[in-house]
Design a protein around this ligand. Structure first.
Ligand code: AMP
Length: 490
């Protein structure tokens, strides 16, 4: 959640709210549904470590546990699991970025409607949440959190439709943006993906129980069977009578987030029929084909862990040996999530150390998945230099990240993206590398099994690289307009 917590602004967009980078999990028809959910959330911990929660239903009552921290500290306790009774449960992990997330924002959210209790968990980011929020507040709605997800809850409450599913569909027809949702009522587990399918959601089975989760690695941990991806725009209802699949939106070509393949998803997950690990290796091979340094190199060094599969692919394609020239300390969180620039700077040192014997006197190719602010690359290059590397060629398995994501991946504002300011030669200079190359956008699409990017109908959302945003950015545009034409204070 919340990449820019700016408490002096009273809007939900800029306050603690909606830039969620999260995981969802839901299970229906299992003994110990909460224990399974806890394990599923544990496997999805890479998608969010700031806060976690579960809501379960035991046939009569809902039970909830939410807390700040990782699954291991908040949920994974016998007394907690014992209290979360029920055959059905949903859970959520929230991503940590800057600032403190408020406790009232921890999902799953829960509401008591006229028709009964309802819990909801969301991965993604709505792009018109602020506009809807303002309209709802004007109409008398009282919000209890600052997450965009609560907008959906209020829209359900106000819907004039009669069934829960119809009310949810009615609500979703009003929201825009990226969402993979799981929701739980007294009778049903519901899962839905936005019409473009920007964020992932998969369906699985464990005996008679059905499961939905952000990634398939959440099925592996509990020995569940992967069935298929929930389709873009598909709404699945799981209840006593089995599974019902609905397509309540006008059909559109899907635009799954390509950055899930590059960085965000776990490498052992399968998305759209592609193994994430293999996809990363293919990207590495394309990168080698496109930009191997003319003078050659002695060793391929991944920036661990996220650069590893691409570096393996690069090494295999180029014939240059792969070596761990950097050792990662696994007991430090992701550098990216440290709260201040100073700490982020320190975090890289805490997290990585040069493996001198593998780099000293060598021409190395450093492979990482992305450059965002440039902080990691600068530190790693410096570290390799002081370990005696003779030449440092940085190769990046994504195109330059020049645009912020508004659909659920945490990226800084455009001004803080180094690739929005500098071209690759300029970035190379700034990070101190002898050369720097990013995979081309067509190379990335080739690695994904396409001929290149079809500019008229791209197969993925790649807005962070191309600036081609497939869903309107209503809140962002309203904010820009308000800046240009500030209304006088009444
Ligand atoms: P930076 O140091 O700001 O250039 O960030 C680049 C590093 O952060 C890379 O090593 C990536 O593996 C990682 N990274 C890229 N995007 C994200 C993200 N959205 N959340 C967390 N880490 C990221």
């Amino acid at each position: 959640m919340a990449r820019g917590v700016r408490p002096n602004h009273a809007t939900i967009l800029e306050d603690e709210g909606p830039r969620e980078e999260c995981a969802v999990f839901g299970i229906y028809g299992a003994d110990e549904a909460s224990a399974h959910t806890t394990l599923g959330l544990h496997a999805l911990q890479h998608r969010g470590q700031e806060a976690t929660g579960i809501v379960s239903f035991d046939g009569k009552r809902f039970h909830a546990q939410r807390g700040v921290g990782e699954v291991g500290t908040v949920l994974n306790k016998e007394d907690v699991i014992e209290r979360l009774v029920g055959h059905a449960a949903i859970g959520h992990n929230r991503y940590a970025t800057t600032g403190e997330g408020a406790v009232h924002n921890i999902q799953p959210l829960f509401a008591e409607f006229a028709f009964g209790g309802f819990a909801i968990a969301h991965n993604g980011n709505l792009t018109n949440a602020q506009a809807l929020h303002d309209r709802l507040v004007h109409g008398g709605s009282l919000f209890q959190s600052t997450t965009d997800t609560e907008v959906i809850v209020h829209l359900i409450a106000r819907s004039m439709r009669s069934t829960l599913v119809d009310r949810l569909v009615d609500a979703l027809h009003q929201v825009e943006g990226a969402y993979s949702l799981v929701a739980l009522s007294q009778k049903k587990l519901i899962g839905v993906r936005d019409p473009l399918g920007i964020r992932p959601l998969v369906l699985g089975r464990l005996g008679d129980a059905h499961i939905m989760a952000s990634e398939s690695c959440a099925f592996d941990i509990i020995g569940a069977e992967f069935i298929r991806d929930v389709e873009p725009g598909e709404l699945l209802v799981i209840d006593e009578s089995g599974i019902t699949s609905l397509f309540p939106f006008a059909k559109q070509p899907s635009r799954f987030c390509v950055f899930e393949y590059i960085y965000f998803a776990r490498p052992d997950s399968v998305m759209e029929g592609r193994g994430v690990y293999e996809a990363r290796k293919r990207i590495g091979a394309e990168l080698a084909a496109e930009s191997h340094p003319e003078g050659g190199a002695d060793v391929i060094v991944p920036v661990p862990d996220s650069g590893v599969p691409a570096a393996i692919g690069y090494a295999a394609a180029s014939g240059v040996p792969f070596e761990y020239g950097i050792i990662r300390n696994h007991y430090v969180g992701r550098t990216f999530i440290e709260p201040t620039a100073q700490i982020r700077h320190l975090g890289v040192k805490l997290k990585h150390n040069a493996n001198r014997s593998m780099v000293e006197g060598k021409r190395i190719i450093l492979v990482d998945d992305s450059i965002v602010r440039g902080t990691t690359s600068r530190k790693i290059v410096e570290m390799m230099r002081s370990a005696g590397a003779k030449e440092i060629h940085m190769r990046i398995s994504s195109p330059p990240t020049a645009n912020p994501c508004y659909y659920g991946i945490d990226t800084p504002e455009k001004d803080d993206l180094i690739a929005a300011r500098l071209d690759p030669a300029g970035i190379a200079k700034e990070i101190g590398a002898d050369s720097l190359a990013f995979i081309s956008i067509d190379g990335l699409y080739r690695a994904m099994g396409k001929d290149g990017r079809d500019n008229a109908a791209p197969a993925f959302c790649d807005a962070c690289f191309t600036g081609d945003y497939p869903i309107r950015l209503i809140d962002r545009d309203n904010k820009k307009a308000a800046k240009r034409d500030p209304k006088p204070i009444a």
